[in-house]
Design a binder for this molecule. Structure first.
Ligand code: GLY
Length: 305
């Protein structure tokens, strides 16, 4: 079977000066995940490895470097899904973990499908995952943005939930990956710090099955980025996979899914990556930019932002 991998490093208004870092991060994650696939590793291992790298890169709104809530802390969401079994693991509102994707991976094999907050962190500790201080996840760039926001109060908290406005400040977003391994298994994964200055406890599309991600090994997988509330309202990832089910090629499915997002919800902005079991790739976005990198046995590595 042809192996394939696609990564995204978030949509939105990524500023010119941050483009190189976004591309470099996506390329490094691609190389990491590709190494796993090329060595005969599983799609789920490749997704986890790629997303971990992105979580550790402070460029992205995931893991270290994530945006802050209105209370000035980091709250992380992540999810992973195995398209060959439809097993799914998700975590939300995690404050003390550098790599929530690895916790989601542990949830995937456990009795639950979704753990949030304190219970998720207790589960992480029970699984022997290393916990960290919330302050370890905060970088000076995000602390400064939060301090400006807090001082100015220019953006009322309710309004700041609107991604289009809030992301214009920092311009970085969720990360995600889709992989196809040598045995034909397909997996999807994503991770995020969510919306800048979000209400504590707010959960976006990222960890919600069918919204931020979906994989069905028979037809393909989709991972989304953008304004979580809009993506959730249209269950965007499941919609994109349904388009594959109807026989559309991945590129058309990605374009139609993003058009639907824009039409269905005012301010419905975001991006979507797709991979099918034949290793064909699709990607589309209606924001100014989306960072991405992909490779398959059909194509050399491609990247952009
Ligand atoms: N797309 C990430 C979020 O809205 O939380």
């Amino acid at each position: 079977m042809p192996i394939a991998l696609i990564i995204h490093g978030g949509a939105w208004n990524i500023p010119d000066e941050q483009v190189d870092a976004h591309v470099a991060g996506c390329r490094a994650a691609l190389a990491q995940g590709w190494g796993v696939l090329a060595a005969g590793g599983s799609a789920i291992d490749a997704c986890e490895a790629a997303v971990r790298l992105l979580e550790d890169d402070p460029t992205f709104d995931a893991g270290t470097g994530s945006v802050l809530t209105s209370a000035g802390v980091v709250e992380l969401d992540a999810a992973i899904m195995d398209g060959s079994t439809l097993h799914y693991g998700a975590v939300a509102n995690v404050r003390c973990l550098r790599n929530p994707i690895t916790l989601a991976r542990h949830v995937l094999v456990g009795p639950a499908t979704f753990l949030a907050g304190e219970g998720a962190e207790q589960f992480a500790a029970a699984q022997g995952l290393p916990l960290c201080a919330n302050s370890d996840l905060i970088v000076p760039r995000e602390r400064l943005l939060w301090e400006h926001w807090k001082a100015s109060q220019a953006t009322p908290e309710g309004e700041s939930h609107h991604k289009s406005e809030a992301q214009a400040v920092g311009g970085h977003d969720t990360v995600g990956a889709i992989a196809l391994d040598q045995t034909g298994r397909l997996a999807v994964a994503n991770s995020t710090g969510g919306t800048p200055f979000k209400h504590p406890g707010r959960i976006g599309d990222t960890p919600l099955i069918g919204c931020g991600l979906y994989a069905d090994g028979r037809v393909g997988g989709a991972v989304c980025t953008g304004w979580g509330e809009a993506i959730t309202r249209v269950a965007l990832a499941r919609r994109a996979v349904e388009l594959l089910e109807r026989g559309l090629p991945p590129q058309s499915a990605a374009e139609i899914a993003i058009r639907t997002l824009g039409r269905a919800v005012p301010g419905g902005n975001g991006g979507c990556i797709i991979l099918n079991p034949q290793g064909r790739i699709g990607l589309a976005w209606n924001t100014r930019r989306m960072a991405y990198a992909y490779q398959s046995e059909r194509t050399e590595a491609v990247w952009g932002c």
